[in-house]
Ligand binder design. Structure first.
Ligand SMILES: [Zn+2]
Ligand SMILES: [Zn+2]
Length: 354
């Protein structure tokens, strides 16, 4: 149908998405860009959103299109978009975290930390589970300018392949020869985290930890030095002590973020060690005060990545230094993909192709 596009939308929380024919978005402001979606990654955050768990923190006017990991081609641009920066036909990655542009966080380059930041598919703006996406400004797009890169490899880099990059950059100074870094949870983010730990780790040994053997196999392909199957070991602390010759782990990137994974992380940290939490599964975790003081533990949260960090990971992809591990689904099969993600059956990142 002319003037209509297909979008997978939430009509009711905790129900399957519905595939709707909706009006194609129209450019109405000078800086806007209409993107023909080439691929849209499927994230655990989408599950929280669709189930209604986040209805208080992210109130939505339903129906709403989720999807915040998006890449595609420019279809049309507003009148003030400079032609030398972006033009129809260009392949672009959509940076999430659409900040206000003038606050201290935005001005320092961390728009994802803007108090007014809006994400496509996680705010009043519709997301990428759709044939088209209207982006409020060309400032939120990265023009990829490579004939090698395809949207399905690019889309996951805007979140799954970006979040662990920022997390590891934060603690890079702790890493180096003789150091150990653990990646806890080898899901969509974890397979990238292992690769960044090798690239940025200065020779640190990388420990991949998960409950699934097939996910650990993926970690091994990504370069992990040690695999720890959390389902089959008796005692995590003893195991890490044995495998590190008593040194324990200097850094843990917690890609799961439950009370238990946080506590487990603390229990296997080396002195001066650091936990970076990027997963969002839990609610609250207890910090053992004495151990934290005596060992000078550091605990960071890390949110998404900023625009320049997105450019950096795209450059790593362009140079062939990172590999994507994706499972493709048609937009029509979105509910099947969501079910598999919930069951932990997607290895790497699930990506929807409209
Ligand atoms: Zn996400
Ligand atoms: Zn701002």
């Amino acid at each position: 149908m002319d003037g209509y596009i297909r979008s997978a939308r939430i009509h009711e929380y905790n129900k399957p998405l519905e595939l709707d024919n909706i009006y194609k978005p129209v450019i109405s402001r000078d800086e806007e860009v209409l993107v023909k979606v080439g691929a849209s990654g499927l994230c655990h955050s989408d599950l929280h959103l669709i189930s209604g768990e986040w209805r208080n923190i992210i109130p939505l006017n339903l129906p709403k299109t989720p999807g915040h990991e998006i890449a595609g081609w420019i279809e049309e641009v507003g009148t003030s978009v400079p032609e030398n920066i972006m033009k129809p036909g260009d392949l672009v990655a959509v940076f999430g975290g659409w900040g206000c542009g003038w606050c201290i966080q935005c001005k320092s380059g961390d728009e994802q930390l803007c108090a007014f930041a809006k994400w496509p598919g996680l705010s009043s703006f519709d997301g990428g589970f759709s044939e088209y996406l209207l982006v409020p400004s060309y400032r939120f797009l990265v023009n990829v300018r490579s004939s090698e890169v395809v949207p399905e490899n690019l889309a996951p880099l805007t979140d799954a392949g970006l979040t662990p990059y920022r997390a590891i950059k934060k603690i890079k100074s702790i890493l180096g020869p003789g150091r150990n870094i653990g990646i806890l949870g080898i899901g969509g983010l974890g397979s990238y985290a292992v690769q960044y730990a090798k690239i940025l780790g200065g020779g640190s040994k990388v420990f991949a930890m998960d409950r699934s053997e097939s996910k650990l196999e993926l970690a091994s392909k990504c370069g992990a030095d040690h695999l720890v199957n959390l389902r089959s070991i008796d005692n995590l602390v003893d195991r890490i002590r044995a495998q590190t010759g008593g040194k324990m782990l200097d850094v843990i990137i917690d890609c799961v973020g439950t009370d238990k994974t946080f506590y487990d992380s603390i229990s296997i940290l080396a002195k001066g060690g650091c936990v970076v939490i990027v997963g969002l599964f839990g609610t609250a975790a207890k910090i053992p005060i004495a151990m934290t003081v005596l060992n000078e533990y550091k605990i960071f949260g890390s949110l998404w990545g900023n625009y320049n960090e997105l450019r950096e990971v795209i450059e790593l992809l362009n140079e062939g230094r990172i590999k994507n591990h994706i499972t493709k689904f048609r937009l029509d099969d979105v509910n099947e993909a969501i079910k598999l993600l919930k069951e932990g059956q997607i290895i790497g990142r699930g990506v929807l192709i409209p």
